[in-house]
Ligand binder design. Structure first.
Ligand SMILES: [Zn+2]
Length: 280
């Protein structure tokens, strides 16, 4: 393990992002649109500034590109919460907006590369050409879902451009064994047969896309893993690390990880604000 690199990237990450982290996690008021802007625009703009500094590329351009990308991600997430599975166009529109926004933000300060996850594979395109590569977590997650007895919902998968699974409802309306009404794993979501709470889960799959550049990932932390996946896989492990850290943090504070972690607060804020199935 290259400890020097580990410590350096950890220190930069901590200096840049921890103040936001404490701001976002440390208070009890409801999540709001300002928090959305910090997450989707503020942090990517800071990251772009750091990237431009490291690659010695024009700073102003990098900041503007990250700003534009961040606003698109913000819009994509809002649009995701509005989808209800009835209109395929809305789901795809949100997905493309999210992926274009994330690609702009993550390439700000370096060469542009469009990256979009479509089920287990990622579509990657830059000025030299395009290719498909499997995502590490995106490939494992569907296998886990199948092993747990969830069935692939092809129709919903094509509607959303995201792998959808369904499981039969238990007597109390939950699915599976951990009391969830619906849940997501990487860029997959699992709902009951009617697709309840699909907008909320779609938000989580978009968080996976954002975390593919936003959060420290296995390859960034463990050079051996980076060498092992090389150019053959996309490192999409940022989401799982981010989730694990947020859950550990909520445990320390005796909070409920299904509601109190930042990812859930963002998803509930969006689905409660925009869901067409608001139960009121
Ligand atoms: Zn959730």
């Amino acid at each position: 393990v290259n400890w020097g690199k580990w410590v350096r990237s950890g220190a930069v990450f901590a200096l840049l992002l921890l103040p936001f982290w404490f701001f976002l996690c440390g208070h009890t008021r409801p999540f709001n649109s300002q928090d959305m802007l910090i997450l989707n625009v503020g942090i990517p703009v800071l990251q772009a500034g750091w990237r431009a500094h490291r690659h010695r590329t024009p700073l102003g351009r990098a900041l503007l590109q990250a700003l534009a990308g961040g606003l698109m991600m913000n819009k994509g997430l809002e649009q995701a919460a509005k989808t209800d599975g009835e209109s395929a166009w809305k789901g795809w529109q949100a997905k493309i907006m999210m992926n274009l926004g994330a690609s702009l933000a993550e390439s700000a300060g370096k060469e542009f590369c469009f990256r979009m996850d479509i089920g287990p594979v990622w579509f990657l395109a830059d000025q030299y050409g395009w290719k498909f590569r499997p995502g590490v977590h995106g490939t494992i997650a569907p296998l886990l879902n199948l092993a747990e007895g969830a069935k692939i919902d092809w129709k919903r998968s094509f509607r959303f451009g995201t792998m959808a699974f369904h499981r039969p409802q238990n007597w109390d309306g939950t699915i599976g064994s951990n009391g969830a009404l619906a849940y997501s794993n990487a860029n997959n979501f699992i709902t009951d047969e009617r697709g309840s709470h699909v907008g909320h889960e779609l938000v989580h799959t978009f968080q996976y896309r954002r975390d593919a550049f936003f959060s420290p990932s296995l390859a960034k932390l463990v050079p051996e893993f980076e060498n092992a996946i090389a150019d053959n896989w996309v490192d999409d492990t940022g989401w799982s690390l981010n989730w694990a850290v947020q859950c550990a943090w909520s445990d320390l504070k005796y909070q409920d990880k299904d509601f109190d972690i930042l990812m859930e607060r963002e998803a509930y804020y969006l689905s409660e604000k925009y869901s067409p199935f608001r139960p009121k």
